[in-house]
Structures are given as structure tokens and as C-alpha cells.
Design a protein around this ligand. Structure first.
Ligand SMILES: *Cc1c(COP(=O)(O)O)cnc(C)c1O
Length: 371
């Protein structure tokens, strides 16, 4: 699915030197590499504040902790996503309210969000799933109308760009009040362990989140709020410093692979290629097909036999997960998400796919779909 080793081989010298430098300096925590990365990423994303943290899940949790929400306050999130999005809502004693998604973009459906808003709703967490932004124009307008916070889960979409009707272009994670991303190794900007970051333009929220990520501490050993311990370590920051200058070429490589897949599958009536969100670029964290005319699981098994990995992101929507079962929801309530869970199939997607591999993958997929 991913080829992190070949990617490393291309930048080995820079990475090895960066790692060695951190070890020699012994500034393992909160070292200058972390500040350097924070500044580099502020420059890249255009966010006023970047707050490096331990991972993407922590980023989401810290973001929600900073909003001053009360137990039972409702947070709207799509039911078709990775579990972390709702997990942090539940952990904080807030109430996750799930909504359905759009069949084409697989991102949250604005009308479903509108219907889910109640007097207890305080925030919306859109997920820029698989690497393209949700419909942020409509979502931000809706949030403004109802005075709701927007916390973007941009863990899969770093570098994706969204253009608003007024012509302004912003990056994933920098449109809402707060944005969150992850540097998990397989993410588009991956480190060699765990890492994450929070983006905001709001000075007060930035101060609060910096403090929360550091045990709620503003002045040393004085704790103004309950916090957590969540840090990006210097080794990971050094690796990310070496990789960030390559992010745009990595995105391009993913887009070229996606383009190849799109063209190959354009006339296959058994498969639907990913639909595009108007106004957003797609950075293809995943290339996710919808298998509509043949059995998805059989196709996946047959591909595996030919040495082609394919993954199901995600097989069970939130409202059908055992831990998140809620009497308010029953099977069938979110028909698009349920249908997607039953038919999505993600193909290998990374920066090192060459034409030979792409040909092998697409010709086998097409052959198996004909049977
Ligand atoms: C990866 C991911 C996360 C969590 O990031 P971690 O760094 O693994 O904690 C959250 N949300 C989405 C949509 C993700 O893809």
C-alpha cells in the first residue's frame, strides 16, 4: 500500500544527517529542531500558529479541550471516518452527533449537518477524507450562521488547497477555527514514528492549546487548566524538516498515480473512481474506488493472490461501531455511509509508484472486474 523505504532511499543523506544532529545535540525534547519545523510549517500552510504535538489524535483532543465546551455539548462529525475523530469527542464527555456523507466525495454532507444542529451543538469536525477538502464554503457559512466552532480533521489532507467563492485559496486545516494534522508514517507528510500538529490563526486559542499540550502550564509548575503531555519530539521534527521541502513533489507524484488510475478505470462500469469536491485539490492520501458491479471482498482477495494489496477504509461507520452504539441511531440511518462501507476499496497509493507497477495493478483490476 505504501513504500516508505524507497522514499527514504531518495533522501537518506538528509534524513541521516538530521537524525545524527539531534542525537549529537541531545536536545531530544523541545529542541531547536521543533521550533524550526513549526516555523517551516507556518510558512508552508499560511497558518499564523502551528503547534506541534504528539500525534493527530492528540491534536484533535487538545483542539476540543481549548474550546471550553461543557459535558453533553454536541459535536457533529461524519459517520464515515477514522475512529479518532469521534473518539476524542467521547473521551471528553462531549456527545458525538454523526451525519451522513456525500456519495461522490465521501466527505460530510452539508444538508445532513444542517439537520443535525440543535441548541446543544457547539462544534463541527469536518474530515477532509482521503485527501480532499470537505465543502468548506457551505460549511463555514453554516457554522457562522449558528455560531459553531469548526475544527478541521486534516490528518489526511495536508497540502490540499480550497478556493472560496471570493477567490481566496486556503490550505486544509487553515479554514476553520482550528485545524489538526498527523505525521503518522503513512500520511502524506509522514515522520518515522508518531507526530501531529495543530493550526490556528486565533492568538487566544493558540495560547490555550500550547498550554494544554504542556500539562496546562503557562508559568513553570503553575497549572491554569487541566492539560495533557503531548509533544513532537526533536528526532521526528528533524525528519519532518528534511521532508517538508519535498511535500509538493510528493503530492504531485500521488496526483499522477491517481490520474493513471482514473484514466485506466474511466470506462469500467463495475468501478466508480473518486468523485471530486468542487473548489478543492485532491492530495490522494488514499485512492479509493467504489466497487458497484462485482463483489468487493472477492475482488480484494483475488488482487491479494496476485500480489496487489488493497484496503478497506473504512469497513464500519461510526454509528455501527460497538463502542459507539447509541440508541439514537439505528442501521439504515446513514445510507450513504453504510453503502460506502460496503463498497469502498483503496488501491496502493504512495510517492514511489512507477508506471510498471501502475500498469500491473490496473490491468489486473480490470481483468478481475471482467469476470
Ligand atoms: C490518521 C488520522 C487521525 C489520527 O492521527 P494519529 O497521528 O494516528 O493519531 C485522525 N483522523 C484521521 C482522519 C486520520 O486519518
Amino acid at each position: 500500500m505504501v513504500d516508505l523505504h524507497s522514499q527514504y532511499e531518495h533522501i537518506k543523506q538528509d534524513i541521516d544527517a538530521a537524525i545524527r544532529e539531534v542525537i549529537e545535540s541531545t536536545a531530544f525534547v523541545k529542541g531547536p529542531k521543533v521550533t524550526e519545523f513549526q516555523q517551516q510549517l507556518e510558512q508552508y500552510t499560511g497558518a499564523k500558529h502551528v503547534i506541534p504535538v504528539g500525534n493527530g489524535t492528540d491534536a484533535l483532543q487538545i483542539a476540543l479541550m481549548a474550546l471550553g465546551l461543557q459535558k453533553g455539548d454536541e459535536v457533529i462529525t461524519p459517520t464515515f471516518t477514522f475512529i479518532a475523530t469521534a473518539e476524542v469527542v467521547a473521551l471528553l464527555g462531549l456527545t458525538p452527533v454523526v451525519v451522513d456523507v456525500d456519495w461522490e466525495t465521501m466527505n460530510l454532507d452539508i444538508e445532513s449537518v444542517r439537520r443535525a444542529i440543535t441548541p446543544r451543538t457547539k462544534a463541527i469536525v469536518p474530515v477532509h477524507l482521503f485527501g480532499q477538502c470537505a465543502n468548506m464554503e457551505a460549511l463555514m457559512a453554516l457554522a457562522k450562521e449558528h455560531h459553531l466552532f469548526v475544527v478541521e480533521d486534516a490528518c489526511q489532507a495536508i497540502g490540499a488547497k480550497y478556493t472560496f467563492a471570493n477567490g481566496e485559496t486556503k490550505q486544509a486545516g487553515t479554514m476553520g477555527d482550528i485545524g489538526c494534522t498527523s505525521f503518522f508514517p503513512s500520511k502524506n507528510l509522514g515522520c518515522y514514528g508518531d507526530g501531529g500538529a495543530i493550526f490556528t490563526d486565533n492568538d487566544d486559542l493558540a495560547d490555550r492549546m500550547r498550554a494544554i499540550a504542556n500539562h496546562g502550564m503557562v508559568v513553570r509548575y503553575h497549572h491554569d487548566m487541566i492539560g495533557v503531555n503531548s509533544r513532537l519530539d526533536s528526532l521526528q521534527a528533524a525528519i519532518l524538516n528534511a521532508k517538508l521541502p519535498h511535500l509538493d513533489e510528493y503530492i504531485k507524484a500521488r496526483q499522477q498515480a491517481a490520474d493513471f488510475y482514473d484514466k485506466a478505470f474511466a470506462h469500467c462500469d463495475v468501478l466508480l473512481v473518486p468523485g471530486h469536491q468542487k473548489c478543492s485539490t485532491h492530495v490522494y492520501h488514499q485512492y479509493t474506488l467504489r466497487v458497484i458491479g462485482t463483489d468487493r471482498d472477492t475482488l480484494r482477495e483475488n488482487l491479494a493472490e496476485r500480489g496487489i494489496p488493497a484496503m478497506i477504509y473504512y469497513p464500519v461507520p461510526l454509528h455501527q461501531q460497538k463502542a459507539y452504539r447509541d440508541p439514537r441511531y439505528k442501521d439504515g440511518d446513514f445510507p450513504v455511509a453504510e453503502r460506502l462501507a460496503a463498497c469502498v476499496l483503496s488501491l496502493p497509493m504512495h510517492t514511489e509508484l512507477d508506471e510498471e507497477q501502475l500498469n500491473y495493478i490496473t490491468s489486473n483490476v480490470l481483468e478481475l472486474c471482467k469476470k
